[in-house]
Design a protein. Structure first.
Length: 333
């Protein structure tokens, strides 16, 4: 309902301050949506279904992102700002009513005081399992978010020599790739598990393929659009990490675990997005061309992602060695 109110406020706002506050209200209203869905899935469904369910809700988010491109451009001249944001307010209110009318699962409420919940969150943040996944997710998913959100278009224009129109078309392709990756994960992860292929292995393979694709982009090998499509597709598979880490904690901690990993992702995205610009400016100030500066910054990000993925693999091997046998986990890793 906060998002609905923010959308209605944005529809009628007349000053920059009003629009900024309304936009903040929209962000505040929707910020918990994804993690709340992950938490609800962990309560209502067995752990082996979490990868496909999480991917399914990501498909819904991807369809929303697609709706904000060409369909929004079609509607804008017809409805204008007022009509568009009033429509968003109505849709958000309907979603809120639907969620409110859904009954809670008996005995699913989190217990304990605020202090106890904070202590449990600190225990999650101090755990080895959390730090096994966090560097890979922050550098991998966070790095892709940083590129897709800001630096992909400058890369395509200043390194690839594409026009802004072609670069903009790339954004549509990568969004389609992400939705395809989420959809394929939702549909295929269950059958793959039944064939003995654990979700953790699918995630690891996706991360490895993402690193190879990053290397191909940096070296200029292959079709640029095809490589960005593959990159978005395989990093969508990386969202399996949320289900994987949830399975390693008590179900009552699912919300805090997913929120902590999501925080790591967005801290990584922000840091990489900012650091990319700082390094790019520094290299140009040192006399490098804009294309060379992009390439050096890009390969630095790739090295960071390799370190994060290597940390994940090393910790998995260390855990297996500590038990003297293959680590027995809910996904069969």
């Amino acid at each position: 309902m906060i998002a609905a109110a923010g959308s209605a406020w944005f529809a009628f706002g007349s000053s920059l301050a009003e629009l900024a506050l309304a936009r903040a209200a929209i962000g505040l209203g929707v910020c918990a949506c994804l993690m709340a869905a992950f938490k609800a899935f962990s309560i209502w469904y067995p752990v082996e279904r979490l990868p496909s369910l999480n991917a399914a809700v990501m498909v819904a988010g991807g369809l929303g992102a697609l709706a904000a491109t060409t369909p929004l451009a079609w509607l804008a001249p017809l409805l204008g700002r007022h009509g568009l944001f009033l429509l968003l307010a109505a849709l958000a209110a309907l979603a809120a009513l639907g969620i409110y009318s859904t009954p809670d699962k008996p005995a699913s409420a989190a217990g304990g005081t605020l202090g106890q919940q904070l202590r449990e969150l600190l225990n999650v943040l101090r755990s080895r399992e959390f730090w096994r996944y966090a560097p890979m997710t922050a550098s991998g998913l966070g790095g892709f978010v940083a590129l897709q959100g800001l630096w992909a278009v400058p890369w395509l224009m200043q390194v690839g020599g594409h026009t802004r129109e072609v670069a903009a078309f790339h954004l549509l392709l990568t969004t389609l790739a992400m939705v395809s990756g989420f959809l394929l994960t939702a549909v295929c992860i269950g059958p793959l598990r039944r064939r003995g292929i654990a979700p953790g292995r699918v995630m690891a393979l996706g991360n490895a393929l993402g690193l190879v694709t990053m290397l191909a982009l940096w070296s200029g090998v292959g079709s640029t659009h095809a490589l960005w499509f593959v990159l978005a597709f395989v990093f969508a598979v990386g969202n399996i990490a949320y289900a994987e880490i949830t399975s390693r904690f008590a179900p009552t901690l699912a919300g805090r675990v997913n929120a902590a990993l999501n925080l790591a992702t967005f801290v990584g995205a922000f840091s990489i997005q900012w650091g990319y610009g700082v390094m790019l400016d520094g290299l140009q100030a040192a006399g490098r061309s804009i294309a060379d500066s992009h390439r050096l910054t890009f390969v630095t990000l790739l090295a960071l992602q390799i370190v994060g993925f290597g940390w994940f693999l090393w910790n998995r091997r260390a855990a297996r060695a500590a038990t003297g046998t293959q680590l027995q986990t809910p996904d069969g890793e």
